[in-house]
Design a binder for this molecule. Structure first.
Ligand SMILES: Cc1cc2nc3c(=O)[nH]c(=O)nc-3n(C[C@H](O)[C@H](O)[C@H](O)COP(=O)(O)OP(=O)(O)OC[C@H]3O[C@@H](n4cnc5c(N)ncnc54)[C@H](O)[C@@H]3O)c2cc1C
Length: 464
């Protein structure tokens, strides 16, 4: 019993959102012996569960089993900023495509449609997760940030014709932020409580007949089988949906660089503070510092704000010790007070974080080998809430051999090269964070673009 309570407390401490789940976080039954199925999925985050969901939509009779090391939504899927789209990690160069290619247009269409698709499933399945599509806002508060804002688009995901540069008067209709020099608004973004979404999705999958085994770590994946401590899952198809944790699996150590994104949240704010902020409910906001912040108005009236910047540890790049950082929490507190001064006196009730999977070319992949019947997706670099829905739908189509538009998107069968071995990856990672932090300080102080980011350019996505 004491062990059960400790486990529950441990899971709730992973994020504001997991803490707010109304039901107990009791793990589902683990895999206790060898078993057979048609599709075995490793990982009950968004990628694994969306894959399971769409497989069952297309073939209700398919035997789908998910194994999860902790509980559904334990990873970043239950901890993130809750911004749904319209972002895709990746660049034209990495995907080997040119501006104007048909696959770019397909990707842009999909980037817009996915926000509505996530909303549709949430509505159809009755998942209560505060989904509200009120758009996404990017603000620039220094001259270099304004230059970056005007220079967009830089990556695939910024190719949105519907994005608007806002007049100052128009900005005030969305939110009041002091010192904004320029801002851009896209209607294609929504807010969710991510833990309620991922846990709701797990319940829906179970209702559709998917078996989910929690507290069941996959030790090894191979064609036709997933080996776990208490038994082996034999399957026609195996899907790996472990994102940043992939680097803990045999042979995968250099697949991703692990960067941590951390968040803080205020107590629920009174109506008069929201009145002063003038923040349209559901609007997602981010800025253009190099170590940018992202923020949402939560369904229970808090501000949750996050950003990168936690140091990378050579010995334990993936560790709970990396999920909190006094320095990052303080920086986020400063961003909160500066951009949302009406909330400056609010108590910070939660601080948490989680790992991001960064491929060497900062571009996501959805892969399936028809010969071995092994599939996997990931490498979302912090943009996976919407991208994992596309990945899950695509994996379902690939597994079932469906010839759809999804399987022709640029990231399908994309292979990023591996990262350099340690200590180079460690040095690169910490240099990236340190240099970006210094560049932000310098830009804030001088109002001029920093040259320092050029040092880490070889390790960064094209827009940096
Ligand atoms: C603080 C933070 C803020 C973010 N904000 C946003 C945002 O606002 N918008 C956005 O689009 N993206 C955001 N992201 C990124 C987004 O959360 C992720 O891209 C997305 O959740 C990845 O989903 P996933 O299912 O692929 O991986 P995960 O959520 O990591 O799920 C993988 C699952 O696999 C399990 N697992 C791992 N190893 C094993 C094993 N050996 N055996 C069995 N199970 C295993 C894990 O326990 C985990 O539950 C953020 C991330 C963080 C950390």
């Amino acid at each position: 019993m004491a062990e059960q309570e400790a486990l529950e407390a441990h899971y709730r401490a992973r994020s504001l959102w997991l803490d707010g789940i109304p039901e107990p976080l009791t793990p589902r039954l683990g895999l206790g012996a060898d078993a057979d199925c048609d599709v075995a999925i490793v990982g009950a985050g968004f990628t694994g569960l969306w894959t399971a969901y769409y497989l069952k939509q297309h073939q209700p009779g398919l035997r789908v089993v998910v194994v999860e090391r902790e509980i559904a939504g334990y990873g970043p899927s239950g901890r993130n900023g809750g911004a749904v789209g319209p972002g895709f990690p990746g660049s034209f160069a990495a995907y080997g495509i040119r501006d104007g290619d048909e696959s770019v247009l397909r990707a842009i269409r999909e980037a817009k449609a996915v926000v509505d698709e996530v909303g549709r499933v949430i509505a159809d399945e009755g998942i209560e997760c505060g989904y509200l599509k009120a758009g996404g806002l990017v603000v620039a508060t220094t001259e270099p940030q304004r230059a970056r804002l005007l220079a967009r688009p830089a990556g695939l995901y910024d190719q949105d014709d519907d994005e608007l540069l806002l007049e100052p008067g128009k900005l005030a209709e969305l939110v009041r932020i002091p010192g904004v020099l320029a801002s851009r608004f896209s209607p294609h973004a929504a807010r969710v409580d991510p833990a309620r979404l991922v846990r709701g999705l797990a319940n829906v999958c179970e209702r559709l007949g998917v078996t989910i085994h929690e507290r069941t770590a996959a030790l090894d994946l191979a064609p036709g089988r997933v080996r776990c401590a208490a038994g082996t899952l034999r399957a026609d198809t195996v899907v790996r949906a472990t994102e940043s944790y992939t680097s803990q699996l045999p042979g995968q150590r250099l697949r991703y660089l692990t960067l941590y994104s951390l968040m803080i949240a205020t107590e629920p704010l009174p109506p008069e503070v929201w009145e002063q902020l003038g923040w349209r409910d559901g609007l997602e906001i981010e800025d253009l510092h190099h170590l940018f912040f992202y923020a949402q108005r939560t369904m229970d009236g808090r501000i949750a704000i996050g950003g990168r910047g936690a140091p990378y540890r050579l010995r334990r790049p993936l560790s709970e010790a990396n999920e909190r950082s006094e320095a990052v929490a303080q920086r986020l507190g400063r961003s909160l007070r500066r951009h949302f001064p009406a909330a400056a006196a609010a108590t910070i009730t939660h601080h948490w974080g989680g790992p991001l999977a960064v491929p060497r070319d900062w571009s996501m992949s959805v892969n399936f080998d028809a010969r071995t019947r092994l599939g996997w997706a990931g490498g979302y670099t912090g943009l996976g809430v919407a991208a994992s829905n596309i990945a899950g739908r695509t994996l379902a189509d690939l597994v079932l051999g469906r010839d759809t538009d999804l399987v022709k998107l640029p990231w399908v069968q994309h292979h990023s090269r591996r990262w350099e071995p340690e200590p180079l990856r460690f040095l690169a990672s910490n240099a990236i964070v340190r240099v970006l932090d210094r560049a932000d300080h310098s830009e804030d102080r001088t109002g001029r673009p920093s040259w320092q980011t050029r040092i880490v350019a070889p390790f960064m996505p094209p827009q940096h």
